[in-house]
Write a new protein. Structure first.
Length: 696
């Protein structure tokens, strides 16, 4: 078993195409995990093992591996860079202790870089930075460092400086040790020499070293005092201070190099060892009760504590169902019985494996700090806590974004419906941001996801992996409804036809809620006109109807209901009678409360060459977009805007046409906003016509 201080659970995060997976491949080569490097552009990378990943040259799901560097154990997760797969980044951050943020030396801070950085900030994950692709035309390390400060609001601490620019990039200077690492042209990572700093770089290195020392000693009052008195800190003292500042997020050690050319990677690995935390150096995971409320207790990271682990990913492959877990405390051995605190059921552990992309290594035991997979677990979902049955507990659950786009699908072969159902069940278990519903009117299967690419790949997986070809409908927007005016009303449900009847009368108020507040219910009944045991039934009835809005049947957001008074009958009143009364009250009063259609607004980030900025902005305005910001870069302009999702279908094709194939964009859900009346009228009419046609 590895000493916990030698563990590094890290993720690698970046924008699409910053060289993240290539960086991971080089880490695996340098640590001896693989002997031949696979290239992303050849579709042969180790960590991108799905067919769709190999073909598209992007990472779609987070892949895990374990390797060793200087007697330290690295559990490495390579995550997607495309915004449609951000859920993979989110759940990886939940179980990691540190990260490596990879930035392109020419592209700099790109849209998904910001999203990943924001998620990592929210998760309080310590990071080092690697500015990659410095051999590329237009690469500028210090410009990217400046962007990281300005755009991300981060404090990069420069640890290495590049020797040479673009195709003359040959190595890096270690600012801490004042050593130059120069590689030859063989492309082999081990073929380097340690030399004196080039003469024309001495002043620059000393400038950045002074900044490094001044920043580092702020972490130690005694060291700062002696430094102010003229005593130079030792390298070990500086490393200790840099480690402390990295872990408390004061700054981010920043390295440079070229993963593809195998230059500078060893220093990045040393940075992981020297500056990123081990499992005992991060805030322990909070424990919660069954409702998800924090109890004040934590899962202390220790081998001697009871077993506690979080299931953070489910994957179904040719060997069966795999449950990926991060063990926070205790030990897990083959044959042990553990409990799922969500279901209350116990399971005996059969096979446990360490993962290397889609390969696996059978193991008999694991301990706190490990990230492993268990084979063949039943009824476990992402976010479930696994624990010692004698010491039940619940770890803080995961929260995932809600899908904003949907498509209707039907199997081309009508006999494949059962096969489709089984396949979708597995896919939903694997991806919490992917939902499946059945349209009750048409019988169509509805797939819901985070974007067009997300759903395209799901359809492709169904075809290739599960052998189900689909007819796919046009993408649909996830509209919502709300109300804009409070209404006070009364409703009576009365049914008497001999024998015991049903009776329930409620006086109530329906009020517009604050944005994001969801559904809230309170009772202000004084006395016994509506007995307390019937209040939950009233709440249940109203809450049930929130799924069916008054305008076009879209789910309703942000409504408060106050139960004011009512009446009951000693014989005929029951919970079901009051639930039916609440449903009738909703149908009666919601149309009076000035309902409003809401549409999803997307945060759209577009990169365009300078000469096409006017075209791009004009097009976004025609799509009802609101321009939020423009930022000039070395090779073009970033335009930030808020645009309704309904206007963004097929945008990539239009952008490529406008920019001669050079434009790029990313898009993520921002918020719901009121639909303009002319748009709302069309949406409501089309939805009602579709529903009417389905009923014929």
């Amino acid at each position: 078993m590895t000493d916990l201080s030698k563990y590094r659970n890290i993720g690698i995060f970046a924008h699409v195409d910053a060289g993240k997976t290539t960086t991971t491949e080089r880490i695996l080569k340098l640590t001896g995990k693989i002997h031949r490097v696979g290239e992303v552009h050849d579709g042969a990378s180790t960590m991108d093992f799905m067919d769709q990943e190999a073909e598209r040259g992007i990472t779609i799901q987070s892949a895990a591996t374990t390797c060793f560097w200087k007697d330290h154990r690295f559990n490495v997760i390579d995550t997607p860079g495309h915004v449609d797969f951000t859920v993979e980044v989110y759940r990886s951050l939940k179980v990691l202790d540190g990260g490596v943020g990879v930035f392109c030396g020419s592209g700099g801070v790109e849209p998904q870089s910001e999203t990943n950085w924001r998620y990592a900030n929210e998760s309080e994950v310590a990071r080092i930075i690697f500015v990659n692709k410095l051999d590329r035309m237009g690469a500028d390390f210090l410009r990217v460092v400046g962007q990281i400060k300005k755009v991300l609001g981060a404090n990069p601490l420069v640890m290495t400086l590049p020797i040479g620019r673009e195709d003359e990039f040959v190595g890096v200077v270690d600012v801490l040790t004042r050593q130059a690492f120069v590689w030859d042209d063989s492309g082999l990572p081990e073929n380097f020499e340690i030399k004196e700093i080039p003469e024309d770089m001495v002043d620059l290195v000393e400038e950045y070293r002074e900044m490094m020392v001044e920043t580092a000693v702020e972490q130690d009052d005694d060291l700062m005092e002696s430094y102010m008195e003229g005593t130079e800190p030792s390298i070990e003292e500086l490393k200790r201070c840099i480690r402390k500042g990295t872990i408390n997020l004061s700054f981010f050690p920043t390295f440079c190099g070229s993963a593809f050319k195998n230059k500078g990677m060893q220093l990045v690995l040393d940075g992981v060892v020297d500056y990123l935390p081990c499992p005992t150096e991060v805030e322990p995971q909070p424990l919660t009760d069954e409702e998800g409320t924090a109890t004040g207790e934590v899962a202390t990271v220790s081998v001697t504590e009871p077993f506690r682990a979080l299931a953070f990913k489910i994957m179904d492959d040719r060997f069966g169902a795999l449950t990926f877990i991060r063990i926070y405390s205790g030990k897990l051995e083959k044959g042990m019985t553990i409990m799922n605190s969500f279901t209350g059921k116990t399971e005996r552990i059969g096979r446990m494996v360490e993962m290397h992309a889609d390969d696996r290594n059978e193991i008999d035991k694991a301990q706190a700090g490990d990230i492993i997979a268990i084979v063949g677990m039943k009824n476990v979902q992402t976010g479930h806590t696994l624990c010692d049955p004698k010491h039940p507990c619940t770890l803080e659950p995961m929260v995932f974004p809600v899908p904003v786009i949907s498509i209707a699908v039907t199997p081309k072969d009508k006999g494949a419906s059962e096969k489709l159902g089984v396949a979708l069940g597995k896919m939903v278990a694997e991806d919490p941001s992917f939902l499946v519903e059945t349209d009750q009117e048409t019988g169509d299967t509805i797939l819901k996801g985070m974007g067009e690419l997300h759903l395209d790949i799901k359809v492709d997986i169904l075809k290739r992996t599960h052998g189900v070809e689909l007819t796919v409908g046009a993408p649909q927007v996830a509209y919502r409804e709300t109300i804009t005016q409070a209404i006070e009303d009364s409703y009576t449900h009365k049914k008497q036809s001999g024998g015991s009847g049903q009776f329930g009368k409620i006086d109530y108020k329906i009020i517009p809620g604050e944005q994001g507040s969801g559904f809230k219910f309170t009772s202000k009944v004084v006395g016994g006109n509506v007995p307390k045991e019937f209040w939950p039934a009233v709440e249940k009835g109203f809450n049930f109807m929130m799924d069916i809005g008054p305008l076009a049947g879209f789910p309703v957001l942000d409504v408060e209901v106050e139960l004011l008074d009512g009446a009951y009958h000693a014989v005929d009143s029951s919970a079901i009678a009051f639930e039916i009364a609440a449903k009738g009250a909703f149908r009666q009063s919601m149309p009076k409360a000035k309902p409003q259609l809401l549409e999803p607004i997307m945060k759209v980030d577009v990169f365009t060459p300078d000469d096409h900025v006017g075209d791009v902005i004009g097009d976004l305005n025609r799509r009802r977009g609101m321009i939020k910001d423009q930022e000039a870069g070395l090779t073009g302009v970033r335009v930030k805007s808020d645009v309704p999702l309904a206007e963004m279908f097929g945008y990539i094709g239009q952008l490529r046409t406008m920019t001669s194939g050079r434009g790029q964009f990313s898009m993520e859900f921002s918020h719901y906003a009121p639909c303009p009346n002319n748009v709302a009228e069309v949406v409501i009419a089309e939805t009602k016509a579709k529903d009417a046609a389905a009923k014929k």
